[in-house]
Design a protein around this ligand. Structure first.
Ligand code: 6PG
Length: 244
C-alpha cells in the first residue's frame, strides 16, 4: 500500500482550491486515456467550497458528458431534505453543470437503510463492472472529530462488511439523522485516488491520531484510518487542523 500523502494548506479556501485542482487533473488523465471519469462526492460542509469551484470551472473544466457522479454516503431522507448530501451537491454543483441525469448515481436514502444500501451496492457493482480497471477515479472524503469518515462511525466494526460495497449505518445520537447508508472500506479501496478534506482546529487531535494509525495499518476504532486505495490516499488539511 502506498503511504498516504499529507498536504498542509494555509486555510480552508486553499484546501478547496487544491482539491479542485487535483480532481481536474485526475479527470484530464481519464480523458487522455479516453476513459469516463468517476467522482465520488463527500457530504458534510467542507466539500461545498470544492463543488462551487468545480461548478465555476476556475480550476479548469471537467468534461461533464463523460463524468459519472456517485456519493460516499447519504442520510436516509428524501433528496430535497435539508440534511441530504445529494441536495447539498445538487445545489452547489450538479444543478450548475451539463451533466447527464443518468450519470448522477444518487443513493436513494428515502428507501431506508436496508433497501437503500442494497440498491446502492448493486449500483456500485454495475459502475465498477464497466469502469476501466474496475476502479473509481476519485473518492472525496471528510473526517469527523470522532474519527469517522463517510458514515463509517467508531464502534461499528468491519467484520460484517464481507464483500459488500454499500451498507446501512447508524450515526451517533447527537447526529440530526441517525439512519444512514455508506460505502464500505472495500468500495473506497476500489479507487485510483482518495482525497480527504480536513480543516479546523477542532479536528487537530483526531487528525494526528488517524494519520498515525493509518501509517500502522489502521485502527478499527478510528474508521478514517481504515481507508485504503488501489492508488493514492491524499490528505488535504489546513494549518489549523494539522498536528505540527
Ligand atoms: C456526512 C459526511 C461526513 C463528513 C464528516 C465531516 O454525511 O456528513 O459523509 O463523513 O464528511 O462528518 O463533515 P464536515 O466537512 O462538515 O466537517
Amino acid at each position: 500500500m502506498i503511504e498516504p500523502k499529507v498536504f498542509v494548506l494555509d486555510d480552508p479556501a486553499a484546501v478547496a482550491r487544491e482539491a479542485a485542482r487535483q480532481i481536474v487533473f485526475a479527470a484530464r488523465v481519464a480523458d487522455d486515456h479516453a476513459r469516463s471519469f468517476t467522482l465520488v462526492l463527500a457530504g458534510g460542509s467542507t466539500p461545498k467550497a470544492v463543488y462551487r469551484i468545480l461548478a465555476e470551472g476556475t480550476s479548469g473544466l471537467l468534461h461533464w458528458p463523460s463524468t459519472h457522479i456517485l456519493f460516499g454516503d447519504e442520510r436516509c431522507v428524501p433528496p430535497d431534505h435539508a440534511d441530504s448530501n445529494y441536495r447539498m451537491a445538487h445545489e452547489s454543483l450538479l444543478s450548475k453543470v451539463p451533466i447527464h441525469e443518468q450519470c448522477v448515481h444518487r443513493i436513494e436514502g428515502e428507501r431506508g437503510p436496508d433497501a437503500g444500501a442494497h440498491a446502492y451496492d448493486r449500483t456500485l457493482r454495475s459502475v465498477l463492472e464497466t469502469a476501466p480497471d474496475h476502479l473509481l477515479d476519485v473518492v472525496l472524503l471528510g473526517m469527523g472529530a470522532d474519527g469517522h469518515t463517510a458514515s463509517l462511525f467508531p464502534g461499528r466494526g468491519f467484520a460484517g462488511d464481507g464483500e459488500l460495497l454499500a451498507v446501512p449505518a447508524i450515526a451517533p445520537p447527537a447526529s440530526p439523522i441517525k439512519d444512514r447508508i455508506t460505502l464500505t472500506p472495500k468500495a473506497i479501496a476500489c479507487s485510483r485516488h482518495v482525497i480527504y478534506l480536513v480543516t479546523g482546529a477542532e479536528k487537530r487531535d483526531m487528525l494526528a491520531r488517524v494519520l498515525d494509525a493509518a501509517k500502522h495499518g489502521g485502527d478499527p476504532s478510528l474508521p478514517a484510518s481504515m481507508v485504503t486505495s488501489a492508488g493514492q490516499v491524499v490528505w488535504l488539511v489546513d494549518r489549523a487542523a494539522h498536528p505540527d
